[in-house]
Design a protein around this ligand. Structure first.
Ligand code: CP
Length: 306
């Protein structure tokens, strides 16, 4: 078994293609484990993990907790709402207090980009970023790339378009890094107002016409419009957005090939994707969710063994 080159998982930008390959191979093993009648292994026995969420989550939070339980870790869960954060406690004080209870690993979601980097400099525990503001969501980037690898048999040379609110999406950035480091080509597509200036400097293609983007790609990853992070209007209305950038079966049927459809969730049905696509044979959305558990088991197992 190899070792990761990092002590924390703060972002995909900081890891290399060998790290990603090792995570995928380890996730392959864990995927067989979680499909067995007995789904539990003792790999993280005596390791205590704190899941600290300062932002809402359904998939990531449940997936991490399930992964920890499958690995026999001891788990504590913390939500900012209902905690002493509302009484003015700082991030470092909150986490130091949790660590004083002998926690080895922290999984944290936080609205501020870079909060994990700050924390990693100030505390001893291993840190996994479960999403920091508009910056990165590394385990989502890994599970998305892993799901494409599983569906298409590999990533080298595959063409992936990420559609929607690129500007406010941490999923977009982690996907770009993960896909490029595993040999895929990446395009971003959306309204010009939601595509960051200079994003081409990351080596991605940019397209504002959804039909052209879909004709180019093997896989389309449809993102949610992050209204909660938008302080101004970037497009006239959700209805107009949906007409230009929403994916429906009619549009898919206009392509002369079959493409794979992904979505990190949560889905706004009828905005970025219609139900007839989300629930169709083209979609691997629930495979992504299943793979999330195996990927998170692999990440925590490998970090704990570092
Ligand atoms: N994909 C994702 O991060 O979903 P949650 O916000 O529900 O965790």
């Amino acid at each position: 078994m190899g070792q990761l080159t990092t002590r924390h998982l703060l972002g995909i930008k900081n890891i290399n293609s060998d790290d990603i390959g090792l995570i995928f191979e380890t996730a392959d093993e864990f995927k067989t484990v979680i499909n067995r009648p007995i789904k539990k292994v003792p790999s993280l026995r005596d390791i205590t993990v704190a899941n600290i969420f300062f932002e809402n989550s359904t998939r990531t939070r449940i997936s991490f907790e399930l992964a920890q339980k499958r690995l026999s870790a001891d788990v504590v869960n913390f939500s900012a709402s209902g905690s002493s954060v509302s009484k003015g406690e700082t991030l470092i004080d909150t986490v130091r207090n949790i660590l004083a209870m002998k926690v080895d690993m922290v999984v944290m979601r936080h609205p501020v980009p870079g909060a994990h980097i700050f924390l990693a400099k100030h505390i001893d525990a291993q840190i996994i970023n479960a999403g920091d503001g508009t910056h990165e969501h590394p385990t989502q980037g890994l599970l998305d790339a892993y799901s494409i690898r599983e569906k298409l048999g590999g990533l080298e040379g595959k063409k992936v378009v990420i559609v929607g609110d690129i500007m406010h999406s941490r999923v977009a950035l982690s996907n770009i890094f993960a896909l490029q480091k595993t040999g895929a080509e990446v395009m971003v597509c959306g309204p010009a107002t939601l595509i960051p200036k200079h994003i081409e400097s990351l080596g991605v293609k940019v397209e504002t016409n959804l039909l052209k983007a879909l004709n180019w790609c093997d896989v389309a990853n449809m993102l949610r419009i992050q209204l909660e992070r938008q302080d101004i209007k970037y497009f006239p209305s959700l209805r107009e957005y949906s007409m230009l950038y929403g994916l429906d079966l009619n549009l898919l049927n206009r392509l002369d090939k079959k493409i794979t459809i992904m979505h990190p969730g949560p889905i706004n049905r009828g905005v970025e994707i219609t139900s007839d696509v989300a629930d169709s044979e083209h979609s691997i959305i629930l495979d992504q969710v299943e793979n999330g558990v195996a990927i998170r088991m692999a990440v925590m197992y490998l970090l704990a063994n570092n």
